[in-house]
Design a protein around this ligand. Structure first.
Ligand SMILES: C[S@@+](CC[C@H](N)C(=O)[O-])C[C@H]1O[C@@H](n2cnc3c(N)ncnc32)[C@H](O)[C@@H]1O
Length: 304
């Protein structure tokens, strides 16, 4: 039995490697042929993420230093993305209470939605002393691990538990409407059902400063090797997969992402699929990874 599963995986994996080299329309044909909708509505995956972080703690995702290359607007003038910055050190007692928004008026305020254990937050606050980052995640376990990080201190970062699709009022306790300069969505929308993504974008509309506030987005793109490698039985909706551990993975097309940020309120500053070909010399295989990167400016706020 085990042997068959391994063989199947190897066959699928080899097929995926071949398919990943193809043009998007051919990948689309392949994915469409194996697509079968198996879920009717969205449900919470909070428990699954809690189990994920209970097991993995902070050992799964690596610190995302390359965000400094992709989003240079988060760096101060004169700092190069490749510059090295030491981990933050706090002498004496660490501060665990967040400052008020008024106290942060000299800072650039960033909100990382779905911050996990802080792999995007810490590389950014090391590189830019002027950033204050709020982190929100619905996994209590992720926030516990993040707060235990030795670099965590409320003079630079405040992380708290909330579900961004429904806990708007409790979020306002710490982050008032129209107070945030940047909202970062790094591999977070892909962890949500498409039906829930629009609530996350609506929250961004309420929290960002209209006219200057921006969403910075980087996530899985349609046709990524990881999508093609997914077992068809994991596919629960178009481009949406439920992994073995119960968490979700959505693979974005440019047009679908654009539809979440309508031109009535958002100006698209960037929307680009990035492709990277990785060669595994040992196995003599070439793999194509795809990510979608985007930047949206909030031009006006809707009346809710
Ligand atoms: C793939 S992880 C990305 C973590 C982090 N952004 C990074 O770059 O390392 C996705 C995160 O989104 C969180 N998440 C998913 N849906 C959420 C929701 N509705 N509200 C808050 N957090 C959510 C999960 O708990 C998980 O930590």
């Amino acid at each position: 039995m085990q042997h068959n599963t391994t063989n199947n995986y190897a066959t699928r994996s080899n097929k995926a490697l071949a398919l990943a080299q193809l043009e998007s329309n051919e990948i689309a044909k392949y994915l469409e042929s194996s697509f079968q909708r198996t879920t009717e509505g969205a449900f919470s995956t909070k428990q699954e993420w809690n189990s994920f972080y209970s097991t993995k703690q902070n050992r799964f995702f690596k610190n995302r230093y390359n965000l400094r290359y992709f989003f240079p607007e988060l760096l101060p003038a004169g700092i190069q993305p490749q510059d090295w910055h030491p981990p933050l050190e706090w002498k004496g007692e660490r501060c665990m209470e967040p400052p008020s928004i008024e106290e942060l008026c000299q800072h650039t305020i960033v909100l990382e939605i779905g911050c996990g254990v802080g792999n995007s937050i810490f590389p950014l606050i090391r590189a830019n002393p002027n950033l204050f980052i709020f982190g929100i995640d619905f996994s209590e376990e992720a926030i516990r691990v993040l707060r235990n990080n030795i670099e965590y201190d409320c003079r630079r970062v405040y992380a708290f538990v909330a579900d961004v699709t429904k806990d708007e009022e409790s979020i306002y306790q710490y982050i008032p409407p129209h107070s945030v300069d940047y909202i970062t969505l790094f591999w977070t929308l892909s962890a949500q059902f498409p039906q829930d993504m629009k609530y996350t974008v609506e929250l961004a509309q309420k929290l960002l400063k209209p006219g200057t506030g921006k969403v910075l987005f980087r996530d899985y793109a349609f046709g990524d090797l990881a999508q093609i490698r997914q077992h068809p039985k994991n596919c629960i909706d178009r481009n949406l997969y439920r992994r073995g551990d119960g968490t979700l993975a959505y693979y974005f097309t440019e047009s679908f992402l654009q539809s979440l940020f309508p031109s009535s309120h958002w100006q698209t500053l960037q929307l680009q699929t990035h492709t990277k070909t990785v060669t595994n010399r040992k196995e003599d295989k070439t793999m194509t990874r795809r990510w979608l990167q985007a930047k949206f400016l909030l031009v006006s706020t809707p009346n809710y």
